[in-house]
Design a protein around this ligand. Structure first.
Ligand SMILES: [Zn+2]
Length: 354
């Protein structure tokens, strides 16, 4: 069966220009790291090609007005959706092929071709239905979850380990109990998106109890992330038993990062993916993984690479321990992190009883 990675050279079209962290070469550079570290090739990770998402697929989640606006701005080629998300010529096509990659990954797992599939040029968790924002043109996570529910998938869990709160995804499914949204991120009092991502955002209406935020202090290290992840994620996965787990695997919380103050090493990403791979083995739950943030090379390829290697069950030549020493760690998680977990645990137990 193995694992599929959806990729095309066309991803390089998604480029916000010089001076912007989100550049078009990040996918090919990550692929070069995968090649160097022995992840690609026969019997390992299989590469599959995407097609662009259609207008109908984009509007399954986004408003028609917004998608038409991006089409029009794409031809003009200048201006911005929000100040951090500038328009460039062909932005519609770049956004559509990126979302198409996530749709392809979804089709590959739903059709039974692979138990796990992913798209590096995906995980655009900040986009709202009516506007792109935070480097995100279209919210591919919300789109594929919507399409999966339309196709009859019963329960989806979205797990987001990017440095930033998955606010667009939270908002999309805040009133639903067939989508469990869980986000680990830097405390939004100290980082974009600032307005959301707090512990007390638990969902509303039918969705009450189906949204979990795990804000981490800005100086969080491996000990903090691993403590919180292990305390919450296995219990959430085992009690919710989703048909599909969508992972936003952003690595912008790495200590080399330029867009957050988190100080994780590759060990955090290695640990999380190992635990997930172990928990999913032998269950019916399919895995879709989406790239998310990460803007420093070669950390991006290494951070995505350790996770993909664990999902594929193949060894890689990535030296996690050396990276952990470089980033620094502490023996104990911070008291603040323990308090955050303690505040969330009763809600995890509540979900288990449902
Ligand atoms: Zn991010």
């Amino acid at each position: 069966m193995g694992l599929a990675l959806v990729y095309t050279d066309e991803y390089r079209r998604l480029d916000f220009g010089p001076g912007h962290p989100m550049r078009g070469d990040r996918y090919e550079r990550a692929m070069a790291v995968f090649r160097e570290k022995g992840l690609l090739g026969e019997g390992k990770v299989t590469i599959e090609s995407p097609r662009p998402a259609s207008f109908e697929e984009l509007t399954s989640f986004h408003t028609t007005e917004y998608v038409k606006r991006v089409q029009a701005l794409s031809k003009i080629g200048s201006g911005s959706i929000t100040p951090d998300t500038p328009i460039f010529p062909g932005i519609y096509e770049a956004g559509a092929i990126s979302v198409g990659g996530s749709i392809k990954a979804m089709e590959l797992v739903l059709d039974g071709a692979y138990p796990a599939a992913g798209n590096l040029c995906g995980g655009w968790h900040h986009a709202f239905a009516e506007t792109g924002r935070g480097f995100c043109i279209f919210n591919d996570i919300a789109i594929i979850v919507t399409l999966m529910l339309q196709r009859g998938v019963g329960r989806v869990m979205v797990l987001d380990i990017d440095a930033h709160h998955g606010d667009g995804t939270q908002r999309a499914f805040y009133r639903r109990n067939d989508v469990l949204t869980v986000s680990f991120h830097q405390d939004p009092r100290t980082l974009y998106p600032f307005a959301s991502g707090f512990v007390d955002e638990a969902g509303e209406g039918d969705g009450l109890g189906y949204n979990f935020n795990v804000p981490m202090p800005p100086d969080a290290k491996d000990a903090d992330f691993i403590y919180a992840f292990d305390a919450l994620v296995p219990a959430l996965l085992e009690s919710y038993r989703p048909d599909v787990l969508v992972l936003q695997m952003g690595v912008d919380g790495h200590c080399s990062g330029i867009v957050s103050h988190l100080s994780y090493s590759l060990k955090s990403y290695d640990h999380a993916s190992r635990v997930l791979a172990e928990l999913l083995r032998g269950t019916h739950t399919k895995l879709i993984f989406l790239g998310g943030g990460g803007f420093v090379h070669p950390t991006l390829g290494l951070g995505w690479g350790v996770q993909i290697a664990n999902f594929a069950g193949i060894p890689s030549d990535i030296d996690v321990e050396a990276d952990a020493r470089n980033c620094g760690n502490r023996h104990e998680p911070l008291a603040l992190v323990k308090r955050t977990v303690d505040a969330l645990l009763p809600r995890v137990e509540g979900l288990q009883r449902k």
